[in-house]
Structures are given as C-alpha cells and as structure tokens.
Ligand binder design. Structure first.
Ligand code: GDP
Ligand code: MG
Length: 191
C-alpha cells in the first residue's frame, strides 16, 4: 500500500511525513523544498503477528508495510505545468491513495502561497488541479480510442464511458464520485 501526502506548499506535509516515518525529510519554510518525492516505509504494528512469531519460533517476521511518499507541493496551475506541477501529478498517479493535508494553523512566519489561511479554498485548489489533470488524460485517451471506435463495439462503448466521465469532471466533480453502469469497461479503460 502506497500513500501519497499531497497539498499546497507549506501546509505541513513534510512535518506529517516525518512524524509518520521519522525518515527526516527536509521540513523548511519555503515552497518547493521537496523536489524529489521522499519515500518512507513504515511497518504496521500488529500484536497478533508478534504472538504468531513467538508461537512458531519464526526466524523471520514480515509485517505489513505502508509506503508513504512526501509529494512536493502542488500549486494553482499545476496541471498546466506551474511550479513543476506535471511532475508532481505523475507522482500522485503512482500511489494507491492520497492523504490531502490542509493548512489550518496561523503563523505569520510561514508563508501561505495564496496569501491567507483558508482551508476550504485550498481543498478546492488541489481538487481542481486533480480534475484538470484527469481531464487532460481523458482527452488524450478519447482521441486515441475514437479512431477505431466506428467499427468496434467495445471501443465505442469505452469512448462513450470516457466521455461521460469527462462530463462529470467538467462539472467540477472528482473522478472517484463517478458512478459507472459498467465497472468492467471502466476498470479496463483507465490507464
Ligand atoms: N504553527 C505550525 N507550524 C507548522 C505546522 N505544521 C508545519 N508547520 C511549519 O510550517 C513550515 C512548513 O512545514 P512543512 O512540513 O515543511 O510543509 P510542506 O511544504 O507542506 O512540506 C515548517 O516551518 C513547519 O515547522 C503546524 O501545525 N503549526
Ligand atoms: Mg515539504
């Protein structure tokens, strides 16, 4: 399981990452201090596993792990390449789930990229970038699949589904709230 820590710059992502992983990622008061994604692997504590190890005198115990990725801050326009945006978005695509960190603390010494503390606005900023990025991927996919769709039922079905998903995104809604009638087609068509 790979979890990506996502949010605007300076909201506390690396601070959270460090406390989760104690991996010592750089936590500093300026945007873009995390250029490469920082990865930390955390074993999941489980008393049952300890008991099993003792019971079977196991030489080796392999706990479940969660991999945390401290993804560099996204900013408005990231989906159009602002602030190294597209690179960060591709980091997001590689994780199973994202943890969206939102700034709620006031501190005049910690710069807010959008000038004021406003968690609801910040959530919207990040969600919109994710939506824009998804729309772009969908447009490419629709263009590619449409070529063969006129004489291929499966492709035509996929294109129809992708267009419905695109409409959903264009209404400002996240892909995960999209309800497909045919999940199989959806799963096989999302790259
Ligand atoms: N007052 C306060 N400062 C925080 C909090 N979380 C992080 N910071 C500070 O905010 C700055 C940016 O934090 P960092 O984790 O590097 O943010 P990132 O850019 O999202 O990774 C650092 O100076 C942190 O010490 C918090 O909950 N309260
Ligand atoms: Mg950071």
């Amino acid at each position: 399981m790979k979890l990506g820590i996502v949010g605007l710059p300076n909201v506390g992502k690396s601070t959270l990452f460090n406390s989760l992983t104690k991996a010592g990622a750089e936590s500093a008061n300026y945007p873009f201090c995390t250029i490469d994604p920082n990865v930390g692997v955390v074993p999941v504590p489980d008393e049952r596993l300890d008991k099993l190890t003792a019971m079977y005198n196991s030489e080796k115990t392999t706990p479940a792990v969660i991999e945390f990725v401290d993804i560099a801050g996204l900013v408005k326009g990231a989906s159009k390449g602002e602030g190294l945006g597209n690179q960060f978005l591709s980091n997001i695509r590689e994780v199973d789930a994202i943890v969206h960190v939102v700034r709620c603390f006031d501190d005049p010494n910690v710069i807010h990229v959008d000038g004021s503390v406003d968690p609801l606005r910040d959530i919207e900023t990040i969600n919109l970038e994710l939506i824009f990025s998804d729309i772009e991927i969908l447009e490419r996919r629709i263009a590619k699949q449409s070529k063969g769709a006129f004489n291929n039922k499966e492709l035509a079905k996929e294109v129809e589904l992708l267009k419905a998903l695109k409409e959903h995104l264009e209404e400002g809604r996240l892909a995960r709230s999209f309800e497909a009638e045919d999940e199989d087609t959806l799963n096989s068509s999302i790259p």
